[in-house]
Design a protein around this ligand. Structure first.
Ligand code: NCD
Length: 350
């Protein structure tokens, strides 16, 4: 049985490798693996990918590569954009939705066996799973292919943070001295956890967290982020929103993480972004983001506002960043990598 709530797997010794400028063959499990110069490299590639995607000429950087999309939880954007990203670059995908129902998981197969089976068929596995820590567990099980965490329970969603960060950077031209507001389910929102970790990689950032008491950030993560230098201010009413934010990041209250439906009903949509709220606390240079799906926490009449980027470049950036990430991880068509691979094979045959 797959749980949907807030369980985490026991901590193990395994730690994902830092990116340190080289993505080739690496798992992407957490924003903690990143540093500003690796992000700069990724963003440069993402910009190129946005041009490739708009170009009608077929691109073949991922030709001969197969990416498995193993999704134990529902997804529209993450799965759709990874699928599109692989195909934009001439790669192919195996899409396994709801494996707990439609794969041998239903017959009792272990998670490790499922991972080791799919790695035999592909070059990378993109995994979404309801348990926090599951991406790490998959990376421990996989022997030959990288694992990309597409959301592990209430843990992290690093590729969403990458596209969120890229969207902020596109607007501001910098990722330091940023002031942001994050609203909604700070406790259970994995996109929030990854975004906060991402913002903590740069100096002088300040984030206002607006949520009801019950949905506040986990204290351990709060302390870790503070130690890394991120300035966090927790607020519980809209009147305390500073008027000079560079971004607002609205999120959905994560219904599937609640034990009790009544509690969810009480907490959902306490804070709603409306044209009036933007008028009262917004400014001309900010952007309004949302990882989506939204379920009432931003009213539809906000969509026409050009500052609302969630259904505009934020969602498009999701595909571009995943194209760049797959290309860098699989390392195809990078002349230096191709040369080194050939050199290694040549050395082995001597
Ligand atoms: C988010 C997720 O799955 O964590 N969606 C997404 O990937 N864009 C946010 C959510 O479900 O609220």
């Amino acid at each position: 049985m797959v749980e949907n709530r807030t369980q985490t797997l026991p901590e193990t010794e395994f730690r994902p490798e830092k990116i340190s400028g080289n993505f080739k063959g690496k798992d992407i499990l957490s924003m903690e693996q990143f540093d500003p110069s690796s992000l700069k490299k990724l963003f440069k590639k993402t910009k190129k990918m946005s041009e490739i995607a708009k170009n009608a000429k077929p691109n073949t950087s991922l030709k001969g590569n197969i990416v498995t999309l193993l999704f134990y939880e529902p997804s529209s954007r993450t799965r759709g954009s990874f699928d599109a990203a692989a195909k934009q670059l001439g790669g192919q995908t195996i899409v396994v939705e709801n494996p707990q129902q439609f794969s041998s998981v239903a017959k009792g197969e272990t998670f490790e066996d499922t991972i080791r089976t799919f790695e035999a068929y592909c070059d990378a596995i993109v995994l979404r799973h309801p348990r926090s820590g599951s991406a790490q567990k998959a990376a421990e099980a996989a022997k030959f292919v990288p694992i990309i965490n597409a959301g592990d329970g209430i843990g992290e969603h690093p590729t969403q943070a990458l596209l969120d960060l890229y969207t902020i950077w596109e607007k501001t031209g910098t990722l330091s001295n940023i002031k942001g507001l994050i609203t909604g389910d700070i406790k259970n929102g994995r996109t929030v956890h990854s975004l906060l970790k991402a913002l903590s990689l740069y100096p002088n950032n300040i984030v206002y967290l607006l949520s009801p008491e019950q949905l506040k950030l986990d204290r351990v993560l709060f302390e870790e982020l503070k130690v890394k230098g991120l300035n966090i201010v927790e607020i519980d009413k809209t009147e305390d929103i500073p008027k000079d934010c560079n971004f607002w990041y609205w999120t959905r209250v994560q219904k599937e993480r609640f034990e009790n439906e009544e509690e969810y009903e009480k907490l959902k949509n306490i804070f709603i972004a409306t044209p009036q709220l933007l008028k009262d606390y917004g400014n001309s240079y900010m952007i309004l983001m949302h990882p989506l799906p939204r379920v009432g926490e931003i009213t539809a009449d906000v969509d026409e506002d050009s500052r609302a980027v969630y259904l505009r470049n934020q969602v498009r950036n999701g595909m571009y960043i995943r194209m760049a990430l797959l290309a860098l991880i699989l390392g195809i068509n990078d002349p230096w990598t191709v040369f080194m691979e050939k050199f290694k094979i040549w050395k082995k045959t001597l």
